[in-house]
Design a protein around this ligand. Structure first.
Ligand code: SAH
Length: 426
């Protein structure tokens, strides 16, 4: 019977097979046959190998009872006896044998993959990228063929696998919840200080799989524009002139969406557990039986000073730093410094509106009036700006420069390093 051949321009038909319990014959005992056999076994096939000898990998599989080995050369009828195979792979390294297997497969209407000659095959195995188990991309497979150029296919496959891991592909499920889960999940994702590439790979991947994103004003808000149109984005952060959504309402929102089976990302600026109320959100989810995870982020407390060329610790200057909120006044900062070494760097978040009061209280508590202070606004964004001053002049200089939130206030001798380092935000 003449074998029809496919024109190079004609696309092959892509298909996925359920091989569970189905007989597949692999002819050949070398490493290529071993790779094929492993893939087939992973897919649940009943694999039989026909070969006079086996490489170590295949011998291991036989030893483990994973497949059946016919210890001999291929003979006519192997594909049909004791029952017809669903699929054949031939990788003997001997053209005449591969030809024979392919011919007999053709006659019996059994699809046959040839390792030696893709052009003479009736079927091809693609290079497959799979979403890692436990990752947001779990359950996804991307098959790549490259018209008989396996290395090209593998290179693309590897790039796709990396993209599945990185969260740059839209891996969101649109049908049904994850297997075994009727309730969705909440991920408290630290987005970092604002630059889109300062979120972690895990955070980015979860964002790419989210059904609902509950977002703050700070952090990498630019990423929100790149979500699919059907992803629901709920803005809960303060914007000028608008009241923020109260924390209890945010907590309720997270639980509400998760209970509808959705993947919820709570995207926060910096790190979720650094003055971000992430702990409260985690507790609320846990109390309501909603699975919750945290993805740490690059906190502004350290990264925003860094962007302005200020290391929060520096050999010979100080080996410690304290972070405090100035939201409710100077109390926490004064208290934090009371037990800290005299040279400790003080990093204040939410420190702009009550700067005068805080600076005064720090001097009253024993810090030198001429202690260097840096006010770093909108770190890691195009609007980043740094004002260097001292504790006694901080409030006046901030007023004069029109310093606005969000800003990180750094107090301590490390600020002097900025004179040599300058901006380091890249
Ligand atoms: N969880 C966040 C902090 C939230 S409190 C974190 O780990 O970074 C909000 C405060 O963080 C702001 O008032 C400001 O002091 C600081 N902040 C956050 N992002 C900032 C940025 N890009 N530039 C300057 N300050 C920032």
């Amino acid at each position: 019977m003449a074998t029809p051949t496919k024109a190079a321009s004609q696309p092959a038909y892509a298909l996925t097979l359920d091989l569970t319990g189905r007989r597949v014959v692999v002819v050949g005992g070398g490493p290529v046959a071993a790779r094929r056999a492993r893939g087939l076994l992973d897919a649940g096939a009943a694999v039989e190998v026909v070969a006079p000898w086996l490489c170590e990998d295949l011998a291991d599989l036989v030893g483990a009872g994973a497949l059946t080995w016919h210890e001999r050369d291929y003979v006519a009828g192997d594909l049909l006896q004791p029952e017809p195979a669903w699929l054949a792979h031939t990788a003997t390294g001997d053209r005449a044998t591969d030809d024979q297997v392919a011919r007999e497969a053709q006659a019996a209407r059994i699809w046959c993959v040839r390792a030696d000659d893709a052009g003479a095959s009736s079927a091809w195995t693609p290079a497959v990228a799979r979403g890692r188990s436990g990752s947001p991309a779990e359950g996804l497979s991307v098959a790549v063929t490259a018209g008989g150029d396996p290395r090209r296919a593998v290179a693309v496959r590897d790039a796709v696998a990396a993209a599945l891991d990185s969260g740059s592909l839209p891996v969101r499920r649109t049908r049904g919840a994850e297997p075994g889960r009727s309730v969705g999940r909440v991920a408290l994702v630290g987005g970092g200080p604002g630059a889109e590439d300062l979120i972690t790979v895990r955070g980015r991947a979860l964002l790419a799989a989210a059904d609902v994103v509950v977002a703050d004003r700070l952090g990498p808000t630019g990423l929100l524009d790149r979500l699919g149109e059907d992803v629901e984005v709920v803005h809960v952060g303060k914007t000028p002139g608008h009241h923020p959504v109260p924390q209890e309402r945010i907590n309720e929102l997270l639980v509400h969406h998760a209970r509808l089976g959705r993947q919820v990302v709570r995207l926060k600026g910096g790190d979720p557990f650094v003055l971000g109320r992430g702990g409260e959100e985690a507790l609320h989810c846990a109390a309501h039986g909603v699975p919750v995870e945290v993805v740490p982020g690059v906190t502004s407390a350290v990264s925003v000073p860094a962007a302005a060329g200020i290391p929060v610790t520096h050999r010979g200057v100080t080996a410690s730093f304290v972070v405090a909120s100035a939201h409710d006044g100077a109390g926490p900062a004064v208290q934090a410094l009371r037990d800290a070494p005299a040279d400790a760097t003080l990093v204040l978040l939410m420190g702009v509106s009550r700067l005068a009061e805080t600076a005064e209280a720090l001097v009253a508590a024993g810090r030198r009036a001429d202690t260097p202070v840096a006010l770093v606004e909108s770190g890691w964004t195009e609007r980043q700006r740094t004002t260097v001053t001292t504790l006694e002049r901080a409030a006046a200089d901030a007023d004069a420069a029109g310093v606005r939130a969000p800003a990180v206030v750094v107090v301590g001798d490390v600020v002097a390093l900025r004179a040599s380092l300058g901006d380091l935000a890249g």
